[in-house]
Ligand binder design. Structure first.
Ligand SMILES: [Zn+2]
Length: 303
């Protein structure tokens, strides 16, 4: 588990790619913090990707499962909200800090739903193109029991609706973002963080900066000033936070795509520091800045 967990942590956001996570987290010390988003909808924060919970009249919908060692704490936090069973869990993407608890929840009877590429990536195991970290294949209850291919899919539990939207090739090739219309809540997965950090584009696993633009454009169309946006990492975001992030990813795409079209190599583009003015706001350090340029550059090797 250690190697898998570390690989997933390193892949979670660029901010985590350095030495801060050189050792395994102390799971015993991690607390699950619950935030009430209104209309029986909640955000759970622990270690790894933020979790969203929507409580219906006879069951619960959950988005993402964090790491397996935290499952009991997460279950206790959900029990404190509602005694009802978890019926459906949506995986926003395959990274282990969002899917690590799948087996522990499916053993209790929940059904994990995900875009079909997630299942394929989990079965095969993966290598991160930036860090080189490998994630081992998983099987059985760790895999989604149901998958969908594209477009949207609506699930309903006890009067609560969750609208799943696949955005092809964004953070990975299996991203789903989820809209809870009655709560005015969007759960984004790792297509966005709200830490003012560049977000990883997992290009070796189908990630592409252009998908991040498509998804954030869609949220800006959908959201109003009261929408609560549960991002993959960081505090709950507003539409204004999405607009700022959307402007950043668009600028990164425009500048780097231009250099790609001029025939520059990856090393030349990284050396040119095309996002130097943005780095002050969005990069934790020089390595984080260079990694993002490399990831955006490699988005264009896909076509
Ligand atoms: Zn991720």
């Amino acid at each position: 588990m250690s190697r898998i967990a570390l690989a997933a942590l390193a892949g979670a956001t660029i901010a985590f790619a350095g030495s801060a996570y050189a050792q395994q987290p102390d799971w015993d010390k991690i607390q699950i913090k619950t935030t009430d988003l209104g209309n029986k909808t909640y955000r759970l924060e622990g270690q790894g990707g933020n979790i969203t919970i929507a409580v219906g009249s006879d069951g619960i919908i959950m988005v993402d499962t964090q790491f397996a060692p935290l499952s009991d704490k997460i279950k206790a936090a959900i029990k404190a909200i509602s005694p009802l069973p978890i019926k459906y869990i949506i995986n926003t993407h395959f990274h282990g800090d969002h899917t690590g608890g799948n087996a522990n929840f499916q053993k209790d009877g929940a059904i994990v739903i995900a875009q079909d590429n997630i299942r394929a990536r989990l079965v095969a195991g993966t290598t991160n193109g930036t860090t080189g970290n490998k994630t081992a294949p998983v099987s059985g209850d760790a895999l989604p029991k149901e998958t969908y291919v594209g477009g949207t899919k609506t699930i309903e539990v006890g009067g609560r609706k969750a609208v799943l939207n696949h955005v092809y090739n964004a953070h990975t090739d299996g991203d789903t973002w989820v809209y809870f219309p009655d709560a005015n809540v969007i759960a984004t997965g790792d297509v966005m963080n709200n830490n003012h950090r560049y977000q990883q584009v997992d290009f070796a696993n189908g990630g592409d900066i252009r998908g991040m633009i498509r998804a954030t454009n869609a949220w800006l169309q959908l959201a109003n000033d009261n929408t609560k946006i549960v991002v993959g990492h960081g505090p709950v975001a507003t539409k204004a936070n999405v607009a700022e992030y959307n402007a950043m990813v668009k600028t990164a795409r425009e500048r780097i795509e231009k250099l790609v079209k001029e025939g520059k190599t990856e090393a030349e583009v990284v050396a040119a520091k095309p996002l130097a003015d943005l780095d002050k706001t969005w990069a934790a350090d020089d390595q984080g800045a260079a990694n993002f340029v490399k990831q955006v550059y490699n988005s264009f090797s896909r076509s």
